[in-house]
Design a protein around this ligand. Structure first.
Ligand code: ZN
Length: 302
């Protein structure tokens, strides 16, 4: 794939996330860099196609033994392969640093010039050592380490993908709540749609609001447990999923979390877009319907 094609596909991927129905540019709520991370590190697993393409070009460049050759006729992908080493001096440095030669017992090693190779992956001078869970940004720099425990659990189970995606936004605290909309000048007041008392942040709407708490209380009563929320949405998710519940109830416990988040968001949006009143009773009914529906046995294929 040529670099131009790779960039065009990335542009289409961005458009899928941020463009409105009429193809005009929407308001990005989360950095593209976060979306590109693996799912267990808080992203959506949309890999960086430009970097991946570059890696494949480098593989061709290496396989064809093009070191030192930087120009060639032919155009298209062939030119990209030829130029990848010459154009990307920094990447070439990383490549050389990470190069390793496995000799084994030497029986199958025809010849080698050890003096020209850095033996041992990442062991050369200037090599950057990253923790096992580190991830790279678009420039190839290590930018941090995430606790992946919560995120890795998010995508498992039979909950519909759109509900999981909503929870992913909640965990990142990046929904268009009224607090955020106020900062963008979209609404004049930040007060919570449910209680009308405090600013509608993500954490308040789903965990801190008194009405949300009534819905959670219904679930807690079902399981006969006491509960208190930590101060961040990601921590709330992790504490719920880390709770020890009996094996028979584990899946149901997890589904209730998704169902409450889904129900609160739907109830809040109905107030805004359908001018319906929010009712704790309706929200609880929605939670029960969702959990039962997601728990139904799937029909056999065919
Ligand atoms: Zn509230």
């Amino acid at each position: 794939m040529s670099v131009t094609v790779a960039k065009k596909i990335v542009s289409l991927q961005c458009g899928f996330f941020w463009e409105k129905a009429d193809r005009s540019r929407g308001m990005p709520t989360i950095k593209w860099d976060i979306i590109q991370r693996p799912k267990n590190q808080g992203g959506l697993g949309v890999s960086n196609l430009v970097l991946k393409n570059m890696a494949f070009l480098f593989k061709w460049w290496w396989s064809l033994n093009l070191i030192g050759l930087e120009s060639c006729g032919g155009g298209g992908v062939w030119t990209d392969i030829m130029q990848i080493g010459g154009k990307n001096k920094e990447l070439l440095g990383v490549f050389r640093e990470g190069l390793q030669l496995i000799v084994g017992n030497g029986n199958r090693t025809i010849s080698m010039e050890v003096s020209t190779l850095t033996v041992g992956a990442g062991g050369g001078a200037g090599a950057v050592e990253l923790p096992a869970k580190a991830y790279l940004n678009q420039q190839g720099q290590g930018v941090g380490v995430l606790d992946s425990s919560g995120f890795s659990k998010l995508w498992k189970g039979p909950t519909p993908p759109r509900v999981k995606l909503l929870c992913w936004f909640v965990m990142h605290e990046i929904l268009n709540t009224r607090e955020r909309l106020l900062s963008c000048g979209v609404v004049p007041q930040p007060e919570c749609m449910l209680c009308g008392k405090l600013p509608e942040s993500v954490h308040h709407l789903f965990f801190g609001c008194e009405h949300a708490w009534k819905v959670w209380s219904f679930v807690l009563k079902e399981f006969n447990v006491m509960w208190g929320w930590p101060g961040e949405s990601l921590k709330c998710f992790e504490s719920w999923f880390g709770r020890n519940v009996r094996n028979n109830y584990k899946e149901r416990w997890v589904r209730y979390f998704f169902a409450v988040i889904w129900s609160l968001w739907k109830g809040r949006n109905k107030m805004i877009f359908n001018e319906e009143l929010f009712s704790v009773k309706s929200a609880i009914n929605e939670v029960v319907v969702c959990v039962n529906y997601w728990s139904r046995p799937l029909a056999p294929l065919g």
